[in-house]
Each structure stands twice: as structure tokens, then as C-alpha cells.
Design a protein around this ligand. Structure first.
Ligand code: GRF
Length: 206
């Protein structure tokens, strides 16, 4: 049995949380270098909250709506939850709020995200529809460190899938999602163990 310290980690979600489940399952292994201690959502009815609670993980909901346009005030409330749980590493998994430089700088090097495209291609939303419209033959997903510029942080891991004749958004997103569930736990382990880290804006150890 491993006695290595596991890094207390939070997952932030807005929706169903299938990547969250993949991370929780991977982190059940005692030798996994991160321990998932909190799942937090910005929407109280995010389906993933129930799935996290069923897995025995503490949950928090910090509704962004009462904060209106004051994104930083929302983030301060979220940050307070993270501090209260002793969180040292944050994994965004379908978290649909753009984070301000205040939050991103505070968590720099300890904040990672999964994006459903081969970054730097197709930053932003509706990536599968845009990939199909562009006629690309390869698509995929990227786990990256979060920096203030949206979907622009250094890559930790990437996985490619083919775009097949007859693909629609549903078939393509399902093929990509399967890879997301494979690489996100791997990327979290790389960062939690220190094998991959952010130094001077570059991912070291990839
Ligand atoms: C995933 O496609 C992820 O890449 C994107 O949002 C989606 C979240 O799905 N950021 P799930 O909630 O993890 O199932």
C-alpha cells in the first residue's frame, strides 16, 4: 500500500459530470496521487452533484446567479469553499463559467481543464459542430493548464479521434468523450504527482 501523500483536489462542474465520474473512479486507487475531496457546482441542479454524493464525495453548490455580473464576487464565494476543504488542486470538468484573472492567477499551475477539441483548434463552445463544418479529418480533446486567456493554456495531454464519413455531432462527441474519460485521469495524475507542472507559462515534463 502506498503511503505517498495524495493532493486534496476539487472538481468543478455545471452539468452531468461524466468526466467527474471518470476522475472519481480513477482516484479510488490508493496509489492515485490526487484525492477527490470536493465536487462543487455553480448550478444547484447540476446532475453531477447527485452522482458525486452517491460516490461519497462532499459536494457544494455556489450558485453564480445571485452575484449577477460580479464574477469575482462569485469566485470569492467559490474560493472560500475550496479553502474550507483544504483544496490544493482544481479540475474543471464541464464547468461553464469563464473565470476571471483573479481566480486563475490565484490557482495558477493548480487549475486544469478538459476541452473537447484539439487545441488550439476550436476554442470556445460547440466544438464538434464546428469541427464537422470545417471538414477536419481528425478531432479530439485536450487537458490543459488554465490561464487567463480562454482555452489557451499549455497542453498536458491530448487525444485524437478520426472524423468518420456520416458523423454527426452526437456520434463525434461520443467518440471524443470516450477519450476524455481516458486522458483526464491520466493528466490529473501527472499534475498531482508533479510529473507535469507549469513553469513560466510552459508545461514542463510533458
Ligand atoms: C465535456 O465534453 C468537456 O470536455 C466539456 O464539457 C463536457 C462536459 O461533460 N468541457 P461532462 O459533464 O463531463 O459529462
Amino acid at each position: 500500500m502506498s503511503t505517498a501523500r495524495r493532493v486534496p483536489t476539487a472538481i468543478l462542474i455545471s452539468g452531468r459530470g461524466s468526466n467527474m465520474v471518470a476522475l472519481i473512479e480513477a482516484a479510488r486507487a490508493v496509489e492515485f496521487p490526487a484525492e477527490i475531496v470536493l465536487v462543487a457546482a455553480n448550478l444547484p441542479d447540476a446532475g453531477g452533484l447527485q452522482r458525486a454524493a452517491a460516490a461519497g464525495i462532499a459536494t457544494a453548490s455556489v450558485d453564480h446567479r445571485p452575484f449577477g455580473k460580479d464574477r469575482e464576487a462569485f469566485e470569492r464565494a467559490l474560493d472560500a469553499e475550496l479553502q474550507a476543504h483544504g483544496i490544493e488542486l482544481v479540475a474543471l470538468a464541464g464547468f461553464m463559467r469563464v473565470l476571471t484573472p483573479w481566480f486563475v492567477t490565484r490557482w495558477q499551475g493548480r487549475l486544469i481543464n478538459i476541452h473537447p477539441s484539439l487545441l488550439p483548434d476550436f476554442r470556445g463552445t460547440h466544438t464538434h459542430a464546428r469541427a464537422l463544418a470545417a471538414g477536419v479529418t481528425e478531432h479530439g480533446c485536450t487537458v490543459h493548464f488554465v490561464v487567463p486567456e480562454l482555452d489557451a493554456g499549455p497542453t498536458i495531454l491530448q487525444a485524437k479521434v478520426p472524423v468518420l464519413p456520416g458523423d454527426d455531432e452526437a456520434s463525434l462527441s461520443a467518440r471524443v468523450l470516450e477519450q476524455e474519460h481516458r486522458i483526464y485521469p491520466q493528466a490529473l495524475a501527472l499534475v498531482a504527482s508533479g510529473a507535469t507542472r507549469l513553469e513560466d507559462g510552459v508545461a514542463i515534463g510533458r
